[in-house]
Ligand binder design. Structure first.
Ligand SMILES: *[C@@H]1O[C@H](CO)[C@@H](O)[C@H](O)[C@H]1NC(C)=O
Length: 257
C-alpha cells in the first residue's frame, strides 16, 4: 500500500512537473523583474525625457495566408502580428546591456502580469485569434528587454468583412486595428518602420491567393485616426488591393473558411 501511494505521488508530481516548473519559473522571473508597485491596469508613463503623450505602439505583420471568398464577402488574413512599445516601469537600470531580454512570458492574453494594449481588429468577424484556427490559440508571447521595451507577438487569423459582389473583379479589403478602450491621447498606433517592410506578405500567401483565383496588386499601410462620438481613436490599417485572374469564373473554395 505504501509503495502504491508513493508511486501515485511520484506519478502525480511527474505529470505536473513540466507545466508547474514552466509556470513557476515564469512567475519567479516576473516577481524578480516586475516592481512590487507595478499596476498593470495603468498604461506605461512616458519614457523619461519625453512629454506626457500617449504610449506609442508600433505594429508589424508577417502574412502567411491570404484567401478571399466573395460569397461570404470576406478576406482571411493570417500570420504573425507583432506589437512594440516601451514600459519604463519595467526597465532594469542595473543591467548593462539594454538590449538583453530580462523576461519572456507565454500566452500574452492569459494572466499577463504586465500592461498590454487592448488592440483589436475592427472589421474582423472573429478578432485576431480564431477559435476554429487552433494554430493561433495560445501561440503568443511577451518579451521584455532591460530598457523596458516590450514585444508582444501572436499568431493570428482574421476573417475580415469585405463587401463585394460575385461579379467584382477588383476589390479592396482592409485590415484595421484600434484600441478598444484607449483614446488617441492614451495609445497611438503606427506601423513599425512605415517606409520599410513592416508588413511582409510571404510567397506562400501569394501562392494561396493565386490558387484561390486572385492576385494581390498592392498592400498599402496607413496610419490614421478615427473620430467616434465617444472620442478620437488612433488606428492603423493595411489596404489590400486584389484582382481576379482573367477568365477565372469560379474561385476555389478552401475547406476552412
Ligand atoms: C515606434 O516608431 C517610431 C517611429 O519609427 C520610433 O521613433 C519609436 O522608437 C518606435 N517605438 C517602439 C517602441 O518601437
Amino acid at each position: 500500500m505504501k509503495a502504491y501511494i508513493f508511486f501515485l505521488l511520484a506519478l502525480l508530481s511527474f505529470t505536473d512537473a513540466r507545466h508547474f516548473s514552466y509556470k513557476a519559473r515564469e512567475q519567479w522571473l516576473a516577481q524578480e523583474t516586475i516592481p512590487s508597485n507595478y499596476d498593470k491596469r495603468f498604461r506605461p508613463p512616458p519614457v523619461s525625457g519625453q512629454e506626457n503623450g500617449p504610449v506609442q505602439v508600433n505594429i508589424s505583420m508577417y502574412i502567411q495566408e491570404l484567401s478571399i471568398c466573395s460569397y461570404r464577402q470576406q478576406l482571411i488574413v493570417g500570420g504573425y502580428f507583432r506589437q512594440f512599445w516601451v514600459d519604463p516601469r519595467l526597465a532594469m537600470t542595473e543591467v548593462e546591456d539594454k538590449d538583453e531580454t530580462i523576461l519572456t512570458l507565454g500566452d500574452m492574453f492569459v494572466d499577463t502580469p504586465i500592461w498590454i494594449p487592448d488592440t483589436f481588429v475592427v472589421n474582423s468577424k472573429n478578432g485576431l485569434v480564431s477559435e476554429d484556427a487552433p494554430e493561433t490559440k495560445g501561440r503568443s508571447f511577451l518579451r521584455v528587454k532591460a530598457d523596458g521595451s516590450v514585444l508582444g507577438s501572436t499568431r493570428f487569423r482574421s476573417k475580415l468583412i469585405c463587401p463585394m459582389s460575385k461579379k467584382d473583379t477588383e476589390v479592396t479589403c482592409s485590415f484595421q486595428v484600434e484600441s478598444f478602450g484607449a483614446k488617441a491621447t492614451d495609445i497611438s498606433y503606427a506601423w513599425k518602420d512605415f517606409e520599410a517592410d513592416s508588413m511582409v506578405v510571404s510567397d506562400q500567401a501569394i501562392k494561396l491567393l493565386k490558387n484561390n483565383g486572385w492576385k494581390l496588386i498592392e498592400s498599402t499601410p496607413v496610419n490614421d485616426h478615427v473620430e467616434l462620438d465617444i472620442g478620437k481613436y488612433s488606428k492603423v490599417s493595411l489596404n489590400f488591393k486584389l484582382e481576379k485572374f482573367e477568365g477565372e469564373e469560379e474561385e476555389t473554395e478552401s475547406d476552412d473558411l
